[in-house]
Structure formats: structure tokens, C-alpha cells
Design a protein around this ligand. Structure first.
Ligand SMILES: Nc1nc2c(ncn2[C@@H]2O[C@H](COP(=O)(O)OP(=O)(O)OP(=O)(O)O)[C@@H](O)[C@H]2O)c(=O)[nH]1
Ligand SMILES: [Zn+2]
Length: 362
């Protein structure tokens, strides 16, 4: 038995399958469905799914709103797939890239009867695979049998609980000394979550006293800002300023959380940037894609701080949600240290939107 995958391992496997364009079998209390990500769908697999029964497209209520489709299940909408629907039809619903060019997609008919539990689970899975939040589902008579005979991953709803509550435990896997320009006394720790998702890093500067509040920064990965010096955001200058301040005062801890694009992944962030080029702001772009404003899980941050032995922080941030999440998850924020750097002509509007819509402190 111990060689069989655990629930959390099944979850990791399902995430990879969906990215590769393979369907997975989802089961919950007598219901079963075959689910596949809209983004990685092929025409062959679509035809196979259509041959199995009535296919529905699971979308978030956010995406449904843009498409003027009804979402009868709160945060989730189940759209009936017309018989004539092809790959292009599905992609146009899942991906907002051409919304403005081809605005009329309807009439879209949403399902009202039955349960949306498996649809909601499918959306959570494709989001965690950093794909577009859209999935196709077709009901199955016997999920377990179908999975075995087709060699597919079988995922019970219970396996996805950690995904829904986003609280996979993490473990420190390696650490070493890392002298940096900003602080010679640096140490980099790598943390690996049990659910096979991205690793996160902690950079400890000096030897912070575990009994005192530590100067801390929760930095979210921004490949464009951190590495390329993008002027569209303020991430690069914030990263450098935080490390510089820790170096200057001799101690601190910077968490580098691999939650690119506020947790939607780089491909989706580039889709959001492309919508921004069409005139939408950073929040509207996320919504049109079907995401919430912010899909990050800051609980990861407090879990890492606790693993490192910290319980109180002086937090470098302008984001009140980060402070609230720290407090809620057992890390005391004794002080908020403002971090206002890197404003320029390209990101002024982005920063103004964060202040107006996301409550950022100026
Ligand atoms: N989806 C999306 N993500 C973006 C956009 N611009 C920047 N990001 C991401 O936003 C995150 C920036 O987060 P942080 O530096 O923690 O900033 P913050 O939440 O505004 O909070 P503080 O900087 O602490 O005040 C990074 O993951 C970026 O990749 C955008 O237009 N769309
Ligand atoms: Zn950035």
C-alpha cells in the first residue's frame, strides 16, 4: 500500500497531466467526471469527450461576466457545449485575447441543475497548473473503472482539499551562505511544498534575533521586474531596496515567493499584459481572464517564517492584505515599514490602480 500515491501525490500528478493536455477523472460522492484543461485541449481529445456524453465548459464567474453568461453556481459557471462547438469556439471562451475583435460569442446557455462541485474542482486544478481557468467536463458512469481502463489519474474531491484551502505544508530542503552585493552576510534557504508546486526561497541577512521583530519582506516573483528590469511595475526596485535596507541595518529576512503574476503564472501574466495593451487596467485584465485580483497565498509566507523560527515582523510593504494575512496566520506585524521606490512614467498608472482598487497605501 505504501507504494501507492497519497492524495497529495495524486494532486501533483493531476496538475502535470492537465498541463500536458491529458484528462483526469474526478470523483465525489457517487459523481464522476472526465475533466480536461481548455488551454491544452486537442481536437482529437475534444471529439473523444463529445462522444462520451454532454460536455460542459467550466468557467469562473469572473470570466462568465465578461462573456455575459449566467453563473448559477456562485463563483463558477457551467456552459453547455453546443454540438457544433470546435476547438476555436472553446478557446475563444477560455481566452480573452480576441474578446474585442469578436465580442459576440453567444447565446451561451448555462447549466442550472445538478452539482458544480467537480467543475469547481477542475477550475482549482487548472489554476494551480497555471493554465487559463477553464476546463471541459463530461460525466462518467463509473469514474474508477474508466480511469483504470484508460490509464488516467483518478482524483477524489478529498485529495483536492489542500488545493482548495491552499495550505500545503513546506519543508526546508537546503541552505547555504550567499554573500550578496546588498549584504555580504546572506544565507539562502530553499523550501519545497509537499504538493509538488513551486519551491519558495528565504534569504536571511545577518543573524536576526528570533525573540525580536525581524525586518521582513514578502516578495512575489516577478520575472519581468526582478530579472529584466521592466518599467511596468515596481518589483525590481522594491526587491533591491528591501535587500539594501536589510544589508544596511545588518539583519532581515526576505521571502521570495514563486507566485509570479500575483499567483497566475508568467504565461497568464503576459496574457494580462496583452489585455493591458488593449486598454484594461491590471485588475480588469485579471478579471477578464477569469482570475481574482490577487490569487496569491500569503499563508506560505507565515509558514516559512515560522519554520525559520520567527513570530514577529517589521513588514516592508504598502499592501494592507499582506499585513492582514500575516496577523491572521499567527505572525505579529509590530510595524509596517513603507517601501516606496521605483515609480516611473510607465508604472504610474499601475501604482495608482493598486492604490485605488487594491487598497495600497501611498
Ligand atoms: N497579474 C498581474 N500580476 C502583476 C502585474 N504587475 C505585477 N504583477 C505581479 O504582482 C506581484 C507584485 O507583488 P508585490 O511586489 O508583492 O507587491 P504588492 O502586493 O503590490 O505589495 P507591496 O509591494 O508589498 O506593497 C508580482 O508577483 C508580479 O509579478 C499585472 O499587471 N498583473
Ligand atoms: Zn513586477
Amino acid at each position: 500500500m505504501s507504494l501507492m500515491p497519497t492524495m497529495i501525490e495524486l494532486l501533483a500528478r493531476a496538475r502535470v497531466d492537465l498541463r500536458m493536455g491529458l484528462p483526469v477523472v474526478l470523483i465525489e460522492e457517487g459523481q464522476a467526471a472526465l475533466a480536461i484543461a481548455a488551454e491544452s485541449l486537442s481536437q482529437d481529445r475534444l471529439s473523444e469527450m463529445q462522444a462520451l456524453g454532454e460536455v460542459t465548459l467550466a468557467l469562473t464567474a469572473r470570466r462568465a461576466e465578461t462573456l455575459k453568461a449566467r453563473a448559477y453556481d456562485g463563483d463558477t459557471a457551467r456552459i453547455h457545449l453546443p454540438d457544433a462547438a470546435d476547438l476555436g469556439w472553446i478557446q475563444a471562451l477560455a481566452d480573452p485575447a480576441d474578446d474585442l475583435k469578436a465580442p459576440m460569442k453567444g447565446p451561451l446557455v448555462s447549466a442550472r441543475e445538478g452539482s458544480a462541485t467537480l467543475h469547481r474542482l477542475a477550475i482549482a486544478l487548472v489554476k494551480s497548473a497555471r493554465l487559463l481557468p477553464a476546463a471541459l467536463l463530461v460525466p462518467l458512469e463509473s469514474g474508477a473503472q474508466f480511469a483504470v481502463s484508460h490509464g488516467l489519474t483518478l482524483l477524489p474531491q478529498a485529495a483536492a482539499e489542500p488545493l482548495m484551502s491552499q495550505s500545503s505544508p513546506l519543508h526546508a530542503v537546503a541552505a547555504a551562505r550567499l554573500p550578496m552585493q546588498a549584504a555580504e552576510a546572506g544565507r539562502l534557504h530553499v523550501f519545497r511544498p509537499e504538493d509538488g508546486a513551486e519551491e519558495h526561497y528565504a534569504i536571511e541577512v545577518g543573524r536576526p534575533d528570533r525573540h525580536q521583530p525581524v525586518l521582513a519582506r514578502l516578495h512575489s516573483a516577478c520575472f519581468t521586474g526582478d530579472v529584466l528590469g521592466s518599467l511596468k511595475c515596481d518589483c525590481g526596485p522594491q526587491l533591491n531596496a528591501a535587500l539594501a535596507q536589510m544589508g544596511a541595518t545588518g539583519s532581515g529576512v526576505l521571502l521570495y515567493l514563486n507566485q509570479e503574476g500575483r499567483g497566475i503564472g508568467l504565461a497568464n501574466k503576459m496574457r494580462a499584459y496583452s489585455l493591458q495593451d488593449q486598454g484594461f487596467d491590471t485588475v480588469e485584465a485579471n478579471h477578464r481572464l477569469g482570475f481574482e485580483d490577487d490569487e496569491r497565498d500569503f499563508r506560505l509566507g507565515s509558514a516559512i517564517l515560522k519554520e525559520l523560527g520567527f513570530s514577529q515582523v517589521r513588514l516592508l510593504t504598502n499592501n494592507p492584505n499582506k499585513i492582514a494575512m500575516m496577523e491572521k496566520t499567527g505572525i505579529k506585524v509590530t510595524e509596517r515599514v513603507a517601501l516606496k521606490v521605483g515609480e516611473n512614467a510607465f508604472n504610474a498608472q499601475y501604482l495608482a490602480t493598486k492604490a485605488a482598487k487594491s487598497g495600497h497605501m501611498l
